[in-house]
Design a protein. Structure first.
Length: 421
């Protein structure tokens, strides 16, 4: 079966043995799982800590956005620097930021340290993801990309599932500060695992095009290269799908715990609801490759946004743990179904010599969504209250689903992908 988008660079990826792919995926999965475990410890309690320190709802949105400002600036240069510094160095640096960020949470006595913690956690998130996603992108093509990315995000989902529940229980028993120290200790493990990544990118056996006289893997980049990537339909589709999903979902970690607390849920219940979101994101991940193979990546992306629309719309309309968990589950399915095909679209469509940069461009789009989302949500909830956030985010997802369908028809990217590619 044909792929969604032929490799634009005209060069095929090197062959990897089954054993090397398995070991690479195992390392990447463990690293990503522990990264998200440590990060998501803070999700049910960061807004509560900020509120305890006297932050208004609008300020909480602003503090949340700090996690995305500096990463937005550095993510594309970080993708270009992979060839100079290597995946290992970037991942080690990011993992150290993770430890320091959680320690800053634990020590926060005012908004300054809290802001520093948000920046460090944001750096950790984006830098480690740039390194690991570029590594995984080298392990396959076609439908194998969907499977590989689904694998690492399956384990990221496990981290996101366990983190809020553990954090909620720890917070109830021993307090928020101790919970952040536990997150810092967990963050040491990704530092250790990062040393297993390659020191430098695999040398590209790709001749530069007539218009490109040097490889971007040498640590340099230009906006012309970014523009070149963004003109590729598959890159447009993958970046757009991911950006819209995160524009709708990005403020959830700030405002969903506050809304749930407002309607009567305690810290443990809030942690469990966040974990339901992660659980259903996990459950859909193993099927991402087969769904893309059967129905096409763009159809899966459109369906994911429709599912997210229903989940967000339902939150302010239901009461009780069961109905709320069902609404959260729909949003989790949407997130889980969105990630692997959007990432595989970008990895398959980009020229191989630009693939690391392309993955960074997708992450930059994610940062734009994550940066804008809490700012928009802060304005919305300040003006109209917490329920309004869910109506606005549902509208974003409804529009995103329509856009995915339109892009699919315009570019012909609704073809299926070969699982044995």
């Amino acid at each position: 079966m044909p792929t969604d988008q032929a490799p634009a660079g005209g060069a095929s990826a090197p062959e990897h043995s089954a054993g090397s792919v398995r070991s690479g995926l195992a390392l990447s999965s463990a690293l990503i799982g522990l990264l998200f475990l440590s990060i998501t410890f803070s999700r049910p309690i960061f807004p509560l800590l900020a509120s305890e320190l006297g932050a208004s709802k609008g300020l909480i949105g602003g503090l949340t956005s700090l996690s995305y400002v500096l990463p937005l600036v550095i993510v594309i240069p970080a993708g270009a620097l992979l060839g100079r510094l290597g995946m290992r160095s970037l991942a080690v640096f990011g993992s150290v930021c993770l430890v320091l960020g959680n320690a800053a949470y634990a020590l926060s006595a005012g908004f300054g340290p809290l802001a520093a913690a948000r920046v460090l956690i944001g750096l950790a998130h984006v830098v480690v993801l740039v390194a690991v996603q570029a590594y995984v992108a080298e392990l396959g093509r076609g439908g194998q990309q969907d499977r590989n990315f689904a694998t690492i995000f399956f384990f990221s989902g496990i981290g996101q599932l366990a983190g809020p529940v553990i954090a909620g229980l720890l917070t109830r028993e021993v307090g928020m500060r101790f919970t952040f120290w536990v997150a810092a200790v967990v963050g040491i493990l990704p530092v250790v695992l990062s040393f297993g990544l390659p020191g430098v990118l695999t040398k590209q056996q790709v001749a530069p095009s007539a218009t490109e006289q040097r490889s971007p893997g040498d640590g340099r980049f230009s906006f012309a290269l970014v523009g070149r990537l963004l003109r590729i339909p598959g890159v447009q589709l993958g970046v757009g799908a991911s950006l819209i999903m995160l524009l709708a979902e990005g403020a959830r970690e700030s405002y969903y715990p506050l809304y749930a607390s407002e309607v009567g849920f305690d810290e443990v219940a809030i942690g469990m609801l966040l974990s339901v979101h992660a659980l259903f994101s996990i459950l859909i991940q193993p099927f991402a490759g087969s769904l893309a193979a059967r129905y096409g990546r763009t159809r899966v992306l459109s369906w994911a946004m429709t599912c997210g629309f229903l989940g967000h719309l339902a939150v302010p309309l239901v009461r009780g743990f069961g109905p709320m968990a069902a609404a959260v589950a729909l949003a989790g399915l949407a997130m889980g179904a969105n990630q692997p095909p959007s990432m595989a679209c970008v990895a398959d469509a980009a020229p191989r010599e630009l693939r690391g940069l392309a993955m960074a461009v997708r992450l930059a789009g994610n940062r734009v969504g994550l940066l804008a989302s809490p700012i928009i949500a802060g304005v919305v909830v300040t003006a109209w209250g917490l329920p309004a956030y869910f109506y606005v985010s549902a509208g974003m997802l409804m529009g995103g689903g329509a856009l995915m369908s339109a892009l699919s028809r315009r570019t012909g990217l609704d073809r299926t992908v070969a699982l044995d590619a």
